[in-house]
Design a protein around this ligand. Structure first.
Ligand code: NAI
Length: 317
């Protein structure tokens, strides 16, 4: 089988000075691409800056005979990162939105600054880089975008309300980009990786970290970004040699007549049906629900069941 190559392609990897981003940069450069190694060079919590992180990776790529250039801007100045690519290589084909930081705090202790900084780096940063690349992608009728979500975004995680909100937001960002980019051959996918890095080394035992090399995430990123790959708008969990796609699942649900008998108690009486996943749907768009058909079925009902209505007296709504 021949190797998937990226000759002539220009790849921007944000936060490529270490961890996962570094592995993506090495991966693409080994397969023929020119790489913009972006990294602000700060700490895991987003403090400080340094040119060293990006420089070390660029040096490693160049020593191995690859093509790479450093960029030290924050992803919040995404247009400057695209500028670096255009100046150095004259094009942009692939954007890997990978840069990220943490400001973990229980929600009780979370400050506006903890919230805002996480949204700024992850959501606004991915937006700014992608927004600057978008017209180039449209013009050349080719573009590949990877956004980075997280298990914390999909499932929630104690102490990460700010980070979870940002991370799942990036998936819906990608879902919409996939729709808007389809006619221009712009694909956008999102990954929820798990890998040993400075971000996770303090929260995972050493033997586990050994099996979670960041190198094990790069092949999926490479596959999704290849010109022959059709997949778009999707979300994948990836790490330790495991690759799986996630999708939405909707219970069959319950139908109610929309008259005065449609009360919280009536919903409570059919709650088992509302949450029953034995025969689910897998919706892929807002128009997947047959609202006209559901309305017809509702009309056929005589009345809703009379469940106990919950009383909210004395509670502030
Ligand atoms: P890392 O801390 O090793 O790498 C992140 C890089 O982003 C750092 O080199 C940092 O300097 C850079 N960076 C931070 N803010 C930046 C900014 N404003 N502009 C430019 N660069 C900036 O962490 P890791 O683990 O490699 O994380 C990569 C991505 O994967 C992040 O988005 C993270 O949230 C995500 N992720 C990682 C998981 C893991 O298990 N390692 C789990 C789930 C998500």
């Amino acid at each position: 089988m021949s190797e998937l190559r990226f000759d002539g392609r220009v790849v921007i990897v944000t936060g490529a000075g270490g961890g996962l981003g570094k592995q993506y940069a090495l991966f693409f450069s080994k397969r023929g691409a020119s790489v913009v190694v972006n990294d602000l060079g700060g700490s895991t919590t987003g403090d400080g800056t340094s040119t060293k992180a990006a420089d070390v990776v660029v040096e490693e790529i160049q020593k191995a005979g690859g093509k790479a250039v450093a960029n030290y801007n924050s992803v919040e100045d995404g247009d400057k990162i695209i500028e670096t690519a255009m100046k150095a290589f004259g094009r942009v084909d692939i954007v890997i939105n990978n840069a990220g930081i943490l400001r973990d705090k229980s929600f009780t202790r979370m400050t506006d600054a903890d919230w805002d900084l996480i949204q700024a780096v992850h959501v606004r940063g991915s937006y700014k880089v992608t927004r600057a690349a978008w017209p180039i992608f449209q013009k050349q009728k080719y573009g590949r975008i990877i956004n980075t979500a997280s298990a914390a975004g999909i499932y929630g995680n104690f102490g990460q309300a700010n980070y979870s909100a940002a991370k799942l937001g990036l998936f819906s960002f990608g879902e919409t980009l996939a729709r808007e980019g389809a006619k221009y051959n712009i694909h956008a996918n999102t990954i929820a990786p798990i890998a040993a890095s400075r971000m996770t080394e303090t929260v995972m035992p050493p033997d586990m970290l050994e099996s979670l090399k960041p190198e094990f995430v790069a092949p999926l990123v490479g596959y999704l970004c290849h010109e022959n790959t059709e997949e778009t708008g999707s979300l994948f969990e990836v790490g330790a040699g495991f690759v799986a796609k996630l999708r939405w699942e909707r219970s069959k649900g319950a139908i109610f007549k929309t008259d005065e008998t449609f009360t919280p108690g009536a919903i409570g009486a059919k709650w088992e049906q509302v949450v029953d996943f034995t025969n689910p749907d897998y919706p892929t768009g807002p128009s997947d629900a047959d609202f006209v058909g559901l309305l017809e079925q509702a009309k056929q009902l005589k009345e809703n069941p009379k469940g106990d209505d919950l009383r909210l007296d004395g509670k502030v709504a």
